[in-house]
Design a protein around this ligand. Structure first.
Ligand SMILES: NC(=O)c1ccc[n+]([C@@H]2O[C@H](COP(=O)([O-])OP(=O)(O)OC[C@H]3O[C@@H](n4cnc5c(N)ncnc54)[C@H](OP(=O)(O)O)[C@@H]3O)[C@@H](O)[C@H]2O)c1
Length: 332
């Protein structure tokens, strides 16, 4: 029986996440029961929202505990099947967690085409691409000619939001944490403007790149960037509350921004949160459309890759510190 290396939560973080919050251990051998499959993880994706999952009750995922395998989504190959409709060699998307092997009920698994790169399946065709697609198009509802602003713009969700808004005919402004990221957004991903929120002159620069103010603000960060956007919203603007990454890597999230609800009232702004799972019935349709945009060269997804299961904690820390671009993938 093959071994099963696993990354477990050694201790729940009380301050900024560190690799030492995790440890690698050898897990017990696994065998699938009736209706189940044994899977070998090929690649994992790490998302910023997983840090919220380690924060406790504020997250929809519930309170975190130590001593368990870190959760997460992976692309895996079926090694052994006792489930109808699945055979050894099939490739599936599964809640593998950070481990080499995992057992799942066959009924809940999604089979994917073997020839497609796991980085694509986990990135733009996975949860974060779908989040960008539905959050922007269904919650933000941008119209051609409108100004769309997105924060964490070079990240997994953000870089797709900006490119989809561009193909909707919008003027797109990205907010990111380095000049290199801002350059990439404009020069390679087609954003009209990008501003670095870490620059001391951010507020003035932000104002300068939104001369017609903002119609749709896609908020991945909350915090100061959300506050800046609130003060620039147009009449009947929409704020898409996707996530709050500025408040994840801490045990003491800051208070909400100024301007709520006063500015929402005055400008009749709609501020709406969503979870991508709300749109689960339409994932197939969205994946087909996103794939067709990639094929036509209208969408260029990016990934940052790490090699080996042991790299997962470091990849997570780097993601939170702005060290990755696009979707963060760990290949096993
Ligand atoms: N609603 C849903 O269903 C749903 C589903 C998936 C993801 N999400 C949310 O989508 C957001 C993006 O997730 P992701 O996985 O795509 O992560 P990501 O954008 O790839 O990575 C997070 C990025 O946030 C930026 N960041 C870190 N600290 C920040 C701070 N204090 N202020 C501003 N920016 C900061 C960093 O880039 P910089 O270099 O720019 O700082 C970092 O690279 C998260 O809020 C996540 O929770 C929501």
């Amino acid at each position: 029986m093959p071994g099963n290396r696993q990354v477990v939560i050694a201790n729940v973080p009380t301050g900024p996440l560190e690799p030492s919050n995790f440890e690698v251990r050898e897990g017990d051998a696994l065998a699938p029961g009736e209706g189940q499959v044994l899977c070998r993880t090929l690649a994992l994706t790490i998302g910023a929202g997983q840090r919220a999952g380690l924060q406790g009750s504020a997250s929809y995922a519930g309170a975190p505990v130590s001593g368990v395998v870190m959760g997460g989504t992976g692309i895996a190959r079926v090694e052994e099947s006792r489930a109808p409709g699945l055979a050894a060699g099939d490739i599936v998307v599964a809640p593998t967690g950070w481990q080499e092997l995992s057992v799942h009920d066959g009924a809940g698994l999604q089979r994917v085409e073997a020839g497609i790169d796991p980085a694509l399946q986990l990135g733009v065709l996975g949860t974060n691409g779908l989040t960008a697609y539905f959050g922007l198009l269904e919650v933000g509802r941008p119209k051609a000619g409108e100004t769309v602003v997105v924060s964490a713009a070079a990240g997994s969700v953000g870089h797709i939001v900006g490119q989809v808004a561009k193909r909707q005919g919008c003027r797109v402004v990205g907010v990111a944490g380095s000049d290199e990221k801002c350059q990439l957004l404009v020069k390679e991903l087609g954003f009209d403007e990008a501003v670095n929120y870490k620059d001391p002159g951010f507020r003035a620069a932000f104002k300068a790149v939104t001369p017609d103010r903002i119609d749709v603000y896609f908020d991945n960060t909350g915090g100061d960037i959300l506050e800046s956007a609130l003060f620039r919203m147009n009449l009947r603007g929409r704020i898409v509350c996707c996530g709050v990454v500025s408040q994840y890597d801490t045990s003491n999230p800051g208070p909400g921004p100024r301007g709520v609800p006063g500015l929402l009232v005055n400008n009749r702004v709609r501020m709406e949160g969503f979870l991508v799972f709300d749109f689960a019935a339409r994932y197939g349709e969205a994946r087909r459309e996103l794939a067709s945009w990639i094929e036509r060269g209208e969408l260029a997804p990016r990934v940052t890759e790490f090699k080996g299961l042991e790299a997962a904690p470091r990849a997570f820390v780097e993601l939170l510190h702005g060290g990755t671009i696009g979707t963060t993938i760990v290949r096993l």
